[in-house]
Design a binder for this molecule. Structure first.
Ligand code: NOJ
Length: 741
């Protein structure tokens, strides 16, 4: 349908029909009780939201080709103008074939793998009739108390941006209309949802505008630049105003400055939540604020459907604002080809063939193995397949390995650690639970100790159950529950080699685990193929290559702790330790236990010959940064080489390091490869005090290494031609050194 027809359509719509397009109903309310396509829940009984569902233009959470075809058909049969429904859902890290949680996907540092995971998710979900996924979540995270860190790709704006692009490409492809195996992507949660005070979900966010632009916005920008069709608002406040009613955030920043012209949808109930936030007295006022701020679709609550019509009739809201929102929604439906084929993609036979296919499972297995991070290995890994192993812990046989936001995945499809390990061994391992996630009994402990005594190696499968992280999964304690720590300490006493595999959705305080184990593998929630992937790594069929994308603190008291921080005016590492007045803790180091970028391998990688092509970067010029990386170990492996930059003297304070590039290299034993990065002035830019995005002339350090802590640096000078402003106009001159403009 061409755009002028969409305008004609809007001209023929009543205000009720427009308000319906702007309202999203949740599938549980659609089906509730009768099994008919009837609206219950918050929309129930409303004059415009009657049984023919004319009160909504999209549905959240329903899936399955047959079901969605039935709902669509019933809707269209009764609809006056025949505008199809949009089906949206949270397909976050896979549909039925569940991939690792996004934080783990981040740890792959593998854009191809991430893109592929999104493409597979889209293929399965589109065959089940879905049109839009509420993913990627690109909120930058620094606080592991917040349960939703598992949904982010981590603490770095650059890496988050690169990965956001990969997700969007994977979901959307190049042609949503003709490629029906794709979904429209909804990037979320705009903005800064990842920074709630105290790590408590839905809590206040307050930060400087510079901070917002420099750290929190780049990943949204990247996702939008890649073409993400929708944006979801955040629950939190931004500069004191809830994001969902924040006109500056949505109209000025998102629409005007960032150029976003797609559909903006609220998070679940976030329009109505302006009432408890204390900025709207009732549903009517909440609707006014959201429409004025530029919100197109209200998810779940009925403020729009109740009030949009009268607000326009009473001239409180201009109809043009409503038409603009409806046009964006219809354009999306049109882009997806729904006017030509309202049943787009929904195909039961295809759904049955593609979901959980061998190819998809294999991709999930490979990706899961890439996402696990080896944190410690005192030589005990990889395990020999002829060893007598005791597998102990609450995750030994558990299938709670998909993690939060895997609503379409089924536990019966998940490969447990036991199944994975048994597939590798000649002798069946002894298996004991040892304890529950949070409780231990004498009998459980005794049985575990007996099994361990008879074994040559103990593999412990520990962690947090998936409800301990995810939405509303905030915690003030980020250690493993005491029951599991007790299990570790009792087994340690036996003096057997102890390998701990962790399943969790946040960086943990690992004291009591890391010091008591000979090896620790952070497996996060690996998804459907969890057990296979973990076993592949434990027995060395796959070499670990994952690297952390979020720092692991020594203790919760250090939080937030992240690599790209400022030095402060009293840097602890430049002030003698006996001098008290430095920026430091008296009872803990400043640095995290494991830094951003960290991860071990069964290979050893040696870095040498860090060199720059020049010590001077000219305007629009580049510098080549090279390093030789050698695999000095005995097995082939994959290394992620990281490049960081520091601006030594900025107009505002600059972080001690900022990731500006990375490369994954495969190295056979003994092999050396030269890794080369091109550094250009784009990488030197940042937001200055007046919020202009530019660079400083002067001294920089570029460093490379295997993680953010272990890097080797070289200095260079950036010397652009500078513009000298004078009363008689502007002329350009070249100045070297500290000058800047
Ligand atoms: C609330 C969550 O914050 C959001 O991420 C999700 O997409 C919606 N619910 C819809 O389920």
């Amino acid at each position: 349908m061409n755009e002028s027809k969409l305008h004609d359509l809007i001209n023929s719509m009543t205000l009720e029909e427009k308000a319906a397009q702007m309202s999203q109903v949740v599938s549980s309310f659609l089906h509730e009780g009768s099994g008919e396509e009837k609206i219950t829940g918050p929309f129930a009984g409303m004059e415009v939201a009657n049984e023919d569902m004319s009160g909504s233009g999209s549905v959240l959470g329903a899936s399955g080709a047959d079901d969605l075809r039935t709902i669509q058909r019933a809707y269209l049969e009764r609809s006056r103008l025949g505008i199809p429904l949009l089906f949206m859902a949270d397909v976050i890290h896979g549909y039925k074939t569940v991939f690792p949680v996004p934080l783990a996907l981040g740890c792959t540092w593998d854009t191809e793998a991430v893109e592929k995971s999104a493409a597979i998710a889209a293929k399965e979900a589109a065959a089940a009739g879905l049109h839009v996924t509420f993913s990627p979540m690109v909120d930058l995270v620094r606080d592991p108390r917040w349960g939703r860190v598992m949904e982010s790709t981590g603490e770095d704006p650059y890496l988050n941006g690169v990965l956001a692009r990969a997700f969007v490409r994977g979901y959307q492809g190049d042609d949503l209309k003709n490629d029906q195996s794709k979904l429209a992507a909804c990037v979320k949660h705009f903005a800064a949802y990842g920074a709630p005070e105290g790590g408590r979900d839905y809590n206040t966010v307050d930060m400087s505008r510079r901070q917002l632009m420099e750290y929190y916005l780049p990943a949204y920008e990247a996702a939008l630049d890649e073409g993400a069709e929708l944006v979801m608002t955040a629950f939190n406040t931004v500069e004191g105003i809830p994001a969902t009613g924040n006109k500056w955030l949505m109209r000025d920043l998102l629409r005007k400055e960032m150029g976003f012209d797609g559909v903006l949808i609220s998070d679940w109930g976030a329009v109505q939540e302006m009432i408890p936030h204390g900025v709207a007295a009732d549903n009517r006022e909440a609707a006014i604020k959201a429409v004025t701020a530029g919100l197109d679709i209200e998810m779940m609550t009925p403020c729009y459907i109740q009030h949009v019509k009268t607000l326009v009739e009473e001239n409180v809201i201009q109809e043009a604002l409503i038409d603009e929102a409806v046009l964006r929604i219809l354009k999306l439906k049109n882009k997806l080809g729904l006017f030509e084929n309202p049943y787009r993609g929904a195909d039961r036979e295809l759904e049955e063939t593609v979901t959980l296919s061998d190819v998809h499972r294999q991709a999930a297995r490979d990706t899961a193995a890439k996402s696990c991070v080896l944190l410690k290995n005192d030589g005990v890994l990889p395990l020999r397949k002829d060893r007598n192993i005791a597998l102990i812990g609450p995750f030994a046989e558990s299938t709670d390995l998909m993690g939060p936001w895997s609503i379409f995945g089924a536990e019966e499809d998940v490969v447990s650690v036991r199944t994975g390990i048994c597939g590798k061994l000649d002798i069946e391992p002894a298996v004991e639970k040892g304890c529950d996630i949070e409780v231990i009994s004498f009998e459980q402990l005794e049985a575990a100790v007996e099994a361990a005594k008879k074994a040559e190696v103990v593999v412990l499968a520990l962690g947090e159950h998936s409800e301990m992280s995810g939405e509303a999964g905030s915690r003030t304690k980020i250690k493993l529950p005491d029951a599991q720590l007790q299990l570790v300490s009792e087994l340690r006493k036996l003096g057997k080699p102890l390998v701990t595999v962790l399943f969790n959705g946040r960086p943990l305080d690992l004291h009591g685990v890391i010091d008591e184990s000979d090896a620790v593998l952070e497996a996060w929630y690996p998804g459907t193929e969890a057990g296979h992937a973990v076993a592949d790594l434990l027995f060395g069929d796959t070499n670990p290559s994952g690297k952390l994308t979020m720092s692991f603190p020594h203790s919760v008291g250090q939080v937030p702790v992240y690599y790209n921080s400022f030095t402060t005016g009293r840097p602890h590492n430049q002030i003698p330790s006996e001098y008290r007045f430095a920026s430091k803790y008296l009872d803990a180091p400043n640095e995290p236990l494991f830094p951003f970028g960290f991860g071990l391998s069964y290979s050893e990688f040696t870095y040498s010959n860090v060199a720059l092509s020049s010590e001077m970067m000219e305007e629009s010029g580049t510098i080549r940064v090279s390093v030789d990386v050698q695999n000095t170990g005995a097995v082939a492996g994959e290394e992620t080489v990281q490049m960081y930059v520091r601006d030594l003297v900025g107009e505002v304070v600059r972080p001690v390091k900022e990731l500006k590039g990375f490369r994954k290299v495969h190295l056979e034993p003994g092999e050396t490869k030269q890794v080369v990065f091109e550094l250009d002035e784009e990488s030197l830019k940042y937001y200055h005090s007046d919020l202009t995005y530019t660079y400083d002339a002067g001294e920089f350090v570029v460093s490379v290494g295997p993680d953010s802590r272990n890097t080797e640096g070289r200095r260079f000078t950036y010397s652009p031609a500078i513009r000298v402003r004078s009363a008689v106009g502007e002329h350009t001159t070249r100045v070297y050194g500290e000058e800047r403009f």
